[in-house]
Design a protein around this ligand. Structure first.
Ligand code: MTE
Ligand code: MO
Length: 208
């Protein structure tokens, strides 16, 4: 397994706990959307591809200390919720994501606060730099909240659910990572720029 890829970015498999599924039958795959204030809905890949599209150049950061800026293509989380007749209630609600996972390693879950995610234009992406997501990067779909560390962004997404519980996920339990996942002021490795950079404010890295 290679330990680095483009720009010194760590291998996508290194932090992939459940591992990419062997293959995904995209005709059979569905995203399940449900929970509080939503009509239980299943969306096909084509349903998602037909929602209003965005392409945004934003920087992704993980607590593992590396980061990279890429072009992320897909739709807004807000559009996916709208497709399930979301009632618009944010309050103290959370969004729980579940991966497709694998038979041996089960699924990976992560819960994020719903309101801040929507305010930060949280994306549901199916393309990186204008190409479909590779298997290791989360094919067919991945949630990206750029104000939060990478461990909050579930690859190989199979379900999202609005809940009232802020639950611990895989990395929070295993490695003691913070439940809120907010990007902290710190020195990070900018893999794409091949340098380190200290950021003095937390949240999404927009200046670099
Ligand atoms: N399903 C799933 N998604 C996941 C993970 C995981 O273990 N399983 N790891 C997270 C962590 S810690 C990181 S750093 C990123 C790595 O994503 P990459 O493919 O861009 O390298 O995926 C995140 N999403
Ligand atoms: Mo990570």
């Amino acid at each position: 397994m290679p330990t680095t890829e483009r720009g010194g970015k760590p291998s996508s498999l290194r932090y992939y706990q459940d591992g990419p599924p062997q293959s995904v039958d995209i005709g059979a795959w569905r995203l399940t959307v449900g929970g509080l204030g939503l009509r239980e809905t299943t969306l096909t890949y084509e349903d998602i591809r037909s929602l209003p599209r965005v392409r945004e150049n934003r920087r992704y950061v993980c607590v593992c200390n590396w980061s990279y800026r890429q072009n992320w293509g897909g739709t807004l989380l807000r559009e996916v919720l709208k497709a399930a007749d979301w009632d618009g209630e944010v309050g103290t609600r959370y969004l729980k994501q579940t991966s497709i996972g694998t038979a041996e390693k089960g699924t990976y879950q992560s819960t994020i606060p719903l309101g801040p995610a929507l305010e930060r234009r949280c994306l549901i992406i199916d393309e990186i730099d204008d190409a479909p997501l590779p298997m290791e990067r989360g094919f067919p779909l991945r949630l990206m909240d750029f104000g939060l560390y990478g461990y909050k962004s579930v690859k190989g997404l199979a379900g999202i659910e609005i809940t009232k519980d802020f639950e611990l996920g895989e990395w929070e339990r295993r490695a003691g990572y913070a439940l809120d996942g907010e990007i902290q002021p710190k020195r990070y490795r900018l893999s794409d720029l091949r340098c380190h950079h200290f950021i003095s404010s937390g949240g999404e890295m927009i200046d670099i």
